[in-house]
Each structure stands twice: as C-alpha cells, then as structure tokens.
Design a protein around this ligand. Sequence first.
Ligand code: BDR
Ligand code: CA
Length: 313
Amino acid sequence: MPPRRIIIDTDPGQDDAVAILLALASPEEIEVLGITAVAGNVPLPLTARNARVVCELAGRRDIPVLAGCERPLGRALVTAEHVHGRTGLDGPVLPEPTMPLQDAHAVDFIVETLRAEAPGTVTLCPLGPLTNIATAFRQAPDIVDRVAGIVLMGGAYFEVGNITPAAEFNIYVDPEAADIVLRSGAPLTVMPLDVTHKALVTRPRNEAFRAIGTPVGRAVAEMTDFFERFDKAKYGSEGAPLHDPCVTAYLIRPELFSGRFVNVEVETVSELTMGMTVADWWGVTDRAPNATFMGGLDAPGFFALLTERLARL
Ligand code: BDR
Ligand code: CA
C-alpha cells in the first residue's frame, strides 16, 4: 500500500506535537503534504511557530507549514493556555524555529492541494478547531468530493465535555465550522474524548518515552509531564490524555480503534450546550449516519506503536 497522503491542520498544543511527530516518524504509512496552522489552543502566531518547532525537532524542515485563520468563523477566539501553557508547547526547552512559514494562506493551500491531486487521494487530519477546513469548503465547495476522508479529533458523547460541561474544546471554539464539516458529506472519522481519554500517559508510559534517550523522546516526555498537571487535577486521572495522536495512530493501525458509523450533529444555538456533539450512538433517530465515531482503544497497542515510532526520529 502506498502511504496515505495527508494535510495536518493543527493548533499545537503538546498533544498535536506528538501527533505530528508520529506522522513524520511513519513514512511507510503517511506522507505529510503540509501542516496548516489554525488558532486554537493559543493564538495563530504561536500555533504557526509551534508547528515549525515540531518539524525542526523531527529534522523535517522540508515540510510546508502555512498559517491559516486567526479566529473562528463567527465568534471570538477561546484559547487554552490553562492546559497547554503560555506558548502552547510549554514543558521542554526547544529552540526558536528558523524554517520559514510558506507565503500562501493555509486555506488556499488546502484548496489548491485538493484540486491538484487526484480525487480521493488526500486525507485531511484536523487536530484543532475546524475553521481552516470549513473556510476551504465554503470557498471551494468542489473540493469536498475530492477529499479521501477526514480523520479529526473533536467532540464527545459519553464523556460529554472538557472546556464546558457539554462541549469538547476543538468543537466549542468554532461550532459553526464543525457544523459545516459534519454536514459536508466527506467521509468522516471522529476521535472524541470517549476514545482519547483512554490514551492516558501513565508514569511507565512517560518513562518509556524518556528512555528512548533521543531529543524527541525527551521532548515528548517533558511535554506530557507538563500537560498532565491539568488532567490530573481535573479528572484525577493517571496522566495526560494524548488526544490528537489518536488521529495519526488511526492512519497507521486502524485496528487499535473501534467505533460506530452514526449520525453526529453539533449544537450551534444554545448557550448552555454550545458546541456539544450529539452522536446517535444507539440509533434512536432516523438521521442519516455521517461519521464513524470512535469509542474503544487498545491503549497498550497505541502506546507500543507510539514509543516504537518516536524512537525512529
Ligand atoms: C483537544 O483540545 C486541545 O486542547 C487538544 O490539543 C486537543 O486537540 C482536546 O479537547
Ligand atoms: Ca489540538
């Protein structure tokens, strides 16, 4: 099988960083065509910087990195420095990137790449708010049918919410964008909190990253050390959930995940439940299924894959 050709749309974020590193460590399965930054965990100048920090950490200055939308479609940006720190990538001390940002806008890169490549050959991998993807779909509706699939981190059903009692961060930040993507008709695979909260970096898993003994292994251990404060305090969990690496791990080993093809819609009106994803897990409506919504994870297999691949960088 040739590698899946992907665009990673991201707001790094320590877990975004690990997702990107996993993709870059897996050239047999994944070819990264570009990384598009979006405002989310921190404002756009920082996410565009952090994406380049991560490429340089992986020794991949050749990956095109582009800055995209600096605010959600119809509302003010909500950020998550309380989770990710002031830079969005707090934890390890990493050098300022020297590789340039590409001149083009991320949305134009998404549109042009999908138009240039053969239909059904490019997969979109959003790891942050869906603003860039929705803007591309609005600007160029012809590209929707050309997308091979969208594998995204966002939403929740049984786990409900993390940024509000009802909503997961990526969807909450730009619910209108999420609505456009969920209704687009593109083949969707969704990694909600239901599955990502099972990808917990326990102490032995963190030590396994550190024991790789490389700059990448140490940086990932230090990122997850930093990131775990929040979830330990909030959920009393054993460590940090690696939300976004579920997306890239799925491209490599889909059998680690299980879910259902169901209808998923997003709340865009009620202030109380704004950004809530409503998944018809039990099939109690006649709404047409539009997404494979994951729920189960082989966590030991996931961490074995991650540790083995990160050691290659
Ligand atoms: C998502 O929000 C961000 O804080 C993480 O990077 C992840 O993409 C989890 O809700
Ligand atoms: Ca993210």
